[in-house]
Design a protein around this ligand. Sequence first.
Ligand code: KG4
Ligand code: ZN
Length: 348
Amino acid sequence: MLGIETSCDETAAAIVDSDRHILSNVVHSQIAAHTPYGGVVPEIAARAHLEYLDAVIGRALTDAGITLKDIDGVAATGGPGLIGGVIVGVMTAKAIAASAGKKFVAVNHLEAHALTARLTAPAGAPLEFPYLLLLVSGGHCQLLDVEGVGRYRRLGTTIDDAAGEAFDKAAAMLGLGFPGGPALEKAATQGDPKRFQLPRPMLGRPNADFSFSGLKTALRRAAGATMLEDRAKADLAASFQAAITDVLVDRTGRAIDAFEEKHGSGKPLVLAGGVAANKSIRTALADLAERRGMALAVPPIGLCTDNAAMVAWAGIERLAVGPADDLDFAPRPRWPLDQAAAAAGAKA
Ligand code: KG4
Ligand code: ZN
């Protein structure tokens, strides 16, 4: 399966087979193009996808040592995401499918993140359904009951920013650069997480939803208007990271309660998305999983952040249980995973 990912600022293509081998995985990051603006500019992203995608696909085929003749299908992210980029990926995938006579699969980007841990599970220990997924990235912050391919129940979501977005905005506020997550984590290693008492929004609420905008405001207030010394920056970064970590642990704990009501105890907890790269968050969730008698599964960092191997794999999983998509599929800027939210018109 050829996978194509263009929904944000990575132009990516990969070849994956149904025995869970990643034959190639090419990611062209556009970070340099967006850095001057301090965030992803949709129009620049769409144009860059158009410019680089053909070469990235060519490289994925070459790295895998195959040609288009050897693939069974093309899977592209069909949404949710920045619509210009999604259109570029979907149109390219359709063109390849039509001209080479291959199957086309439009993959939900969230489903690709949700199924990645099944691709990367060790050979002797496959990851079976159901499992609880905490998906935390720049664009998404959700807790999902993953019951099977195409069967997702959303247990919690953010009512404002995504966790990665909060990291990015906090880093920008502290003048730490873009993308903010890794920069803030680095600064935090030198800081005292107890120096600033930042709020833990939603802590203790009965549902499993998230909110980060109050934390952002509190950070802005604590940072003040003056230039910060490095010491203060590091302490603020550490305090902010500690607050986010506490919120993720508390909300995930609530979701475990809801998940166990339906599925019982002892099922796996899976962490995915770019924020899963954060060591203090990984450690805190590993502790939580242990306390709750769950095994924690986290894909390798390079497959937590956006990539096309996860899209190819989701295409393989989809084709194993159902038909390919028609070539008249329309890209979807919004595409909630769970049917209840989709019916209610919720944003992804
Ligand atoms: O999954 P991803 O590559 O793209 C989206 O689908 O959004 O996630 C990128 C997000 C960014 O917000 C970035 O700041 C955050 O993940 N991130 C981190 C770390 N590495 C990346 N956040 C916290 N700590 C990190 N080490
Ligand atoms: Zn993503």
